[in-house]
Design a protein around this ligand. Structure first.
Ligand SMILES: [Zn+2]
Length: 68
């Protein structure tokens, strides 16, 4: 699968768009991890409530005025 900036797909609603924010990094064990993206609002906000969401996601949302 090809991923390029500006055409990433939201992991929550599966829409694609240019204004996605990183919500999770999947560690592959070799090389850099693969990023997962979501719409800042509301998808990333919903994602941040999941138990496996990374701590830095809530900080990112807070910086954008989207958290809590
Ligand atoms: Zn979305």
């Amino acid at each position: 699968m090809t991923m390029w900036p500006g055409a990433v797909r939201c992991v929550v609603c599966e829409h694609s768009g240019a204004d996605m924010m990183l919500v999770q990094v999947i560690e592959t064990g070799s090389g850099p991890g693969r990023g997962q993206y979501a719409c800042p609002s509301p998808c990333a906000q919903q994602y941040a409530k999941r138990f496996y969401a990374p701590d830095w996601l809530r900080e990112d949302l807070y910086a954008r005025g989207l958290w809590p």
